[in-house]
Design a protein. Sequence first.
Lengths: 111, 180
Amino acid sequence: MDTTQLLKGVLDLAVLAVVSERDGYGYDVVRRLRAAGLEDVGDASVYGTLRRLYAGGHLTSYVVPSEEGPHRKYYAVNEAGHALLADSTGTWRSFTDAMDKLLGSEGEEAA
Amino acid sequence: MNDTIDAGAENQVTRYASAVRAAFADLPGPERELLLEDLEDHLAEVAAEAGGPLIDRLGWPEAYAAELRASAGLAAAGPARRRGVGPWLRETWGARQLGRLWRAASTHPAGQAVLEFLPELRPAWWVLRGYLAVQAASVALSLLDANLGGLSFPVRPRARCGRRDRAYPAGAEAGLTTEK
């Protein structure tokens, strides 16, 4: 199954989860999503999602100066972002529960 | 900026970045800057890692731009726009307020439904523009008539109606929907 299609639907949730765990800048969020197992996540998708969540008031940002590299724009989840994360997590859980039930017996047969 | 990047990689970053930026030429300056402000830093960081040319790692710049645009919730880019009052208007205060409203609407499910419907209204917008042009022309003519007394013009200029020969993509389908 093409995971990029699945990712599109849950990238907001994945990005919020990663940033709520620890503030991060764009590429840092990309790396952490990949390290968590979402290897197919696109760089540009993550950057765009961060921008959209920020524009939508779910993230705040601040610039961290760096001596050797460029200054980096870090994102943090604010109150509205945490509320969205909680809400989306609930949606995700009920969705995956339904899918698990649907696939349960067939999944075991296939395995 | 970063000593660890050699000149070749830096050149590669510059070329890739300018190709991505070109795909956002239709956006007003401030919006474009907000979207692309750390593009070069991102590309430089990817280029500094081992793993081959940027195009192998990130795909073509045009695809990168399309992905960024879609995930940021922006409509797909149209064909090269005619320069005119449009870009200027978009930079004005009123347009910025609209932009703010747009962003607020695009994060709300009901707002998204409305935004997805907006491109459908384009033909109506062109018709309205044609109509307004006709009205403006007749007002101008009646003023001229009034000023010049008996001198009248036999030729009424044809109103410049909206040209509809250009294909528009159905912009909204590229936007990622935020399921809440």
